[in-house]
Ligand binder design. Structure first.
Ligand code: COA
Length: 352
């Protein structure tokens, strides 16, 4: 029987570390100013979110999301011992694509040097913070059905150029960071139900769509972009908008239900599972999920303190971070639960 297995894992964050106490002084090019630009502070950010620092790209260098994806992909391919030419499908999750269209996966394909007439299938998926679990569900289905043999699944986000560095946007701006994570998912012959990807479940509730969104354009209008981006007149169009408390409550509730469902459906218990890797949106959300779903605290892995919310990248980035620290090892069984804009959410259980 064909099963999908994680063959390799990699992540990348840009080198610039931005600490909470720097945030109030940054202008919209992320350059520190002498006077405060935003009324916020380290104490508020730490207490409400658990975030201490995050990474930003060098805005002046013209970095794109596909550049971040490329670095993470190269590392995942090397880890898997797979040549980029062997990849027959790319699935890329992002809410910060290089441009509106074409999708970012094709830019990544070119940067990997595997474009051309025999180029592989390239999918962009738009499930925001749930992108990794949604993408893993697709990769698993493609591989099990024999459609593809080696899928490169990437979550990559460049948030820092699209945040409102004023008091108006502080509730959202302090949360997000730049980064990417990737896995190579490949076909293996195995009848062992505890090998590879054991379980995926993806869900959505569109009634939550306007609780977290970024418009940029409005297709019902002509011209579709009608704001003055230079003067930053229309903040609603240009920056992410969030009803934070609603997102928080729905995140906790759905992540608890999805986590328990994953155990119910597979018959596994926390004794079988090595690590719980939740999406990294807010440390308080993850602590609440751990408490309500009765997850052993020492099995929960977080990285939001150092990277903030990197949306589709958080799950592979967190696993890779803790692997480098020596906690996570090959062969470990991971239960990952995610929640994001849409609302979308899901869980997956997979062996590394
Ligand atoms: N710095 C300082 N003060 C801030 C602030 C900031 N960065 N952001 C908001 N505030 C202020 C608010 O203006 C408000 O002031 P007021 O009481 O004078 O009106 C006060 O802090 C409390 O704001 P509130 O929104 O009630 O805080 P909260 O406890 O709900 O925390 C979030 C805000 C954003 C941290 C929280 O709602 C959250 O994490 N939500 C989920 C976000 C998320 O997960 N998003 C991604 C989904 S995948």
């Amino acid at each position: 029987m064909i099963r999908a297995k994680i063959l390799g894992l990699g992540s990348y964050v840009p080198p610039r570390v931005v600490r909470n106490d720097e945030i109030p002084f940054l202008d919209d090019q992320h350059v520190p100013q002498e006077t405060r630009q935003t009324e916020t502070n380290d104490e508020w950010i730490r207490a409400r979110t658990g975030i201490e620092e995050r990474r930003y790209v060098d805005t002046a260098a013209g970095v794109t999301t596909s550049d971040l994806a490329l670095e993470a992909s190269r590392r995942a391919l090397e880890d898997a011992g797979v040549d980029a030419k062997e990849i027959d499908c790319i699935i890329l999750g992002t809410l910060s694509p290089d441009i509106h269209f074409p999708g970012t996966a094709v830019f990544l394909q070119s940067k990997l040097g595997i474009d051309g007439e025999d180029g592989c299938a390239c999918y962009d998926i738009r499930q925001q913070c749930s992108g990794f679990v949604y993408g893993l569900e697709m990769a698993d289905a493609f591989i099990r059905t024999g459609k593809y043999r080696k899928v490169l699944l990437v979550g990559a986000e460049l948030h820092s150029n699209a945040l409102d560095f004023t008091t108006r946007g502080r509730d959202v701006m302090v949360l997000f960071g730049d980064g990417a994570g990737a896995v190579v998912v490949g076909a293996v012959e195995s009848d062992d139900e505890r090998e590879g990807v054991l379980y995926t479940h993806a869900a959505a509730d569109g009634s939550g769509a306007w609780n977290l969104y970024l418009k940029v354009f409005d297709i019902s209008k002509s011209p579709i972009v009608h704001y003055d981006a230079t003067a930053k007149l229309d903040a609603e169009q240009q920056y992410p908008q969030m009803v934070g408390k609603k997102v928080f409550l729905h995140a906790v509730r759905n992540m608890v239900v999805a986590t328990n469902r994953a155990l119910e459906k597979t018959g596994l218990t926390w004794k079988d599972i090595d690590w719980f890797v939740p999406h990294q949106a807010n440390l308080r959300i993850n602590e609440a999920v751990v408490e309500y779903a009765e997850i052993p605290k020492d099995k929960a892995l977080n990285t939001i303190m150092w990277y903030g919310n990197t949306t589709a990248a958080t799950v592979p980035l967190t696993i890779d971070h803790w692997r480098k620290e020596g906690r996570v090892k090959k062969g470990d069984l991971v239960l990952s639960t995610v929640f994001g804009a849409g609302f979308t959410w899901g869980s997956a259980i997979f062996r590394l």
